[in-house]
Design a protein around this ligand. Structure first.
Ligand code: BV8
Ligand code: ZN
Length: 269
C-alpha cells in the first residue's frame, strides 16, 4: 500500500526512518535537479536532444570520440558551477548522524561528496560518501590501460554543449602511459558495473531496516534492482519523487514532491 504522499504519510515515513538503525539510500539525477544539474529524461534533460545510446556508450566513443568527449566536458563545466542543494545537505547530515546510512548513487556529479565535506566541516566526511554505481564525471580513465586521473573541470560556461551551433568537438587527450584515448570514468550503457560496488549495494539493501529512494525513474538496471532487493527482504521502502515510477507500487510510502523540500522534512533536518 503506498501512501498518498500527504503530511500523514510524510510523518509516518519520518518515524520509520527515525526508528531505523541501518538505512540504504538510492539516489538518481532527480536529487541533483534543484542544484542545476539537468536530469536525463526530464524536460530539458541532458539527453533530450541526443538519444542516450548516441552518447553514453562505448560504441559512440569509438565512433565519434570528440563528440562524446565534448559532451562530457560540457557536463563537467555545468556540474562545476553547481552546489549541493537542501536535499543533498539533509541527506549528508543524516548520513553523518548516529545511524548506519549507506548512500548508493547512480549520479556521477560528486555532489553527495561535496555535501558530506561541507557537513563534516573538520570531522570525517566518509560516512556521507556514496557508492558510485555509475562512476564519476570528476575522474578520467584510460580507454586501454584503465589508468585513472582527476578530470579537468572547465570553468562554467566555457564549453559549448553538443547542440550549440558550431560547437567545436574536442578530441579526448591521450593516456600518458600508453597513448590510448582517455575517457570519463563512468559506466556506459552495455558496460558492466563494478562488481564489488554492486554487491555492496545489494547487501546493504538486504540488511537495511529501511530503504529510501530519491529522484530516480527506476528504469536503469542493475541499479534499479537495489530497492527491489529491499522490497524482497520485506523492508519498508520510502520513495521521494515528483511523479510515480515503476517502483511506486512496491513502495511503502511514495512521497510526491521535490527532494529539496521533502528530504529536510522526512530526515528530521
Ligand atoms: C549493464 C553514467 C550488462 C553515464 C548511466 C532492457 C531492460 C532492462 C535493462 C536493459 C534493457 N536494455 C538494456 C538494458 C541494460 C541497461 C539499462 O538498464 N537500460 C535501460 C535504459 C532500459 N543497463 C546497462 O547498460 C548497465 N549495464 O546492464 O551491463 C553487462 C554485464 C556484464 C558485462 C557487460 C555488460 C549500465 C547502466 C549505466 C548507464 N550509465 N550513467 C553518464 O552519466 O553519462 S545511466 C544514467 O541513467 C544516469 O546514471 C542516471 O542516474 C541513470 C538513471 O536515470 P535517473 O537517475 O533515474 O534519471 P532520470 O532522468 O531517468 O529520472 C530522474 C527522476 O528524478 C525522475 O523520476 C524525475 O521525476 C525525478 N525528479 C526530477 N526532479 C526531481 C525529481 N525527484 C525529486 N526531486 C526533484 N527535484
Ligand atoms: Zn593507458
Amino acid at each position: 500500500m503506498t501512501g498518498s504522499g500527504g503530511t500523514r504519510d510524510l510523518e509516518e515515513a519520518r518515524a520509520v526512518l527515525a526508528a531505523a538503525e541501518r538505512v540504504v539510500v538510492l539516489t538518481g539525477s532527480g536529487i541533483s535537479a534543484e542544484a542545476g544539474v539537468p536530469t536525463f529524461r526530464g524536460a530539458g534533460g541532458l539527453w533530450r536532444s541526443h538519444r542516450p545510446e548516441e552518447l553514453a556508450t562505448p560504441e559512440a566513443f569509438r565512433r565519434d570520440p570528440a563528440l562524446v568527449w565534448g559532451w562530457y566536458r560540457w557536463r563537467r563545466a555545468l556540474v562545476g558551477a553547481c552546489r549541493p542543494n537542501p536535499g543533498h545537505v539533509a541527506l549528508a547530515a543524516f548520513a553523518l548522524g548516529p545511524r548506519d546510512v549507506e548512500i548508493v548513487t547512480q549520479n556521477v556529479d560528486g555532489l553527495h561528496q561535496r555535501a558530506a565535506q561541507d557537513a563534516a566541516a573538520d570531522g570525517d566526511p566518509a560516512a556521507g560518501f556514496p557508492t558510485e554505481l555509475h562512476g564519476s564525471l570528476l575522474r578520467d580513465r584510460c580507454s586501454r590501460c584503465d589508468r585513472r586521473t582527476d578530470a579537468e573541470i572547465p570553468p562554467p560556461g566555457s564549453v559549448p554543449g553538443p547542440d550549440d551551433p558550431g560547437a567545436a568537438d574536442q578530441a579526448p587527450p591521450r593516456c600518458v602511459s600508453c597513448d590510448a584515448p582517455v575517457r570519463p570514468d563512468v559506466v556506459w550503457f552495455g558496460e558492466a558495473l563494478d562488481a564489488s560496488s554492486l554487491e555492496h549495494a545489494f547487501e546493504a539493501a538486504r540488511e537495511a531496516d529501511a530503504c529510501l529512494v530519491v529522484g530516480t525513474s527506476a528504469l536503469v538496471y542493475p541499479a534499479a534492482g537495489v530497492p527491489r532487493a529491499a522490497v524482497a527482504a520485506g523492508r519498508p521502502v520510502i520513495e521521494v519523487n515528483l511523479e510515480p515510477t515503476p517502483l511506486t507500487p512496491y513502495a511503502t510510502f511514495s512521497l510526491q514532491g521535490s527532494a529539496g523540500t521533502i528530504l529536510p522534512r522526512v530526515l528530521g533536518g
